[in-house]
Design a protein around this ligand. Sequence first.
Ligand code: COA
Length: 334
Amino acid sequence: MSINRLNRNAKISGVAGWLPDYVLTNEELSRMVETSDDWITTRTGIKERRILKDPSKATSDMGANALNKLLNKCNVGADEIDLIICATVTPDMLFPSTACLIADKVGAKNAFGFDLSAACSAFIFALDCASKYISSGQYNKVVVIGADKMSSIVDYNDRQTCVIFGDGAAAVLLEPDDECATGVIDSILKIDGAGGDYLKMIAGGSLNPASLDSVKMGHHFIYQDGKTVFKFAVTKMADVAEQIMKKNNLSGEDVDWLVPHQANLRIIDATANRMNIDSEKVMVNIHKYGNTTAATIPLCLADWEDKLNKGDNLILAAFGGGFTWGAVYLKWSY
Ligand code: COA
């Protein structure tokens, strides 16, 4: 195989999602913290989220389940996979990487792989990265998995965060499109580390290793300044979606689908408004799953797969902790 053949796109040739069975409703949360179905629905658009209850299962199990489903669907053997990129902020452990654990669980004996950390933007960062490996000519079958067991880092006494997050995983298979007719066309990806203080997990890393104090102080849970995150997310996600449309001469009418990260329905609506696209063209499943972090965008693709047509113009847009944000312009391939 020749390396650095820069004349091919990376197309998505399959997608599959996997969600835990347990449904945590707004009503149940209202019995756990001082909140209400009305507050959560009005402020976020979320009605329920899925939770992985089995304490012996983790992010890699959800990722492996999604990947096995994908491989069956696409009739591809695990040993044919060249590369696995796992987008996650809730790895099973600091090392080995979740990609290694998933490769072992599905029997991907010939794969290279790594985790990509960019919180809620991780899936689009990983998709862009995967597409580069394909268009360089280095690999032919690349899997991108977005998987997060958010319930493992959510404090169910903190009403500001526990209402938002859920667990889930989804995987896409990328292969070359030698005609460059479909697939990943363009991306604009950004980080701004000055935003790090507003959304983070304080302990468990090399700065604040786990200690009795860190546990006592709840520093292994998500810390979020929701108002500040909201303010940035609502402008940055819309900015970047608008920029990628402009860069590719796309009007609101040219865009067939907006695939937004599912953090808050108000952020999604603001992005769609700025892009000047109708609400019927916006993928929204936040009411069913909440914010599954790296899994939201591929879970949308899985839910909408039957409605997509070859050549459809999709804009994927995300915002997350870091801060990280970005947009990908993708032409659907099947
Ligand atoms: N139920 C009831 N009341 C709640 C509540 C809940 N679950 N969470 C917060 N409140 C209260 C607050 O205590 C506050 O009360 P006060 O006015 O008496 O102080 C009031 O509701 C308003 O809080 P505020 O933080 O201003 O609400 P908000 O409209 O900003 O909504 C978020 C809170 C978290 C839903 C919103 O800020 C948000 O979505 N932020 C972005 C989060 C995000 O996208 N994170 C993932 C990164 S991609």
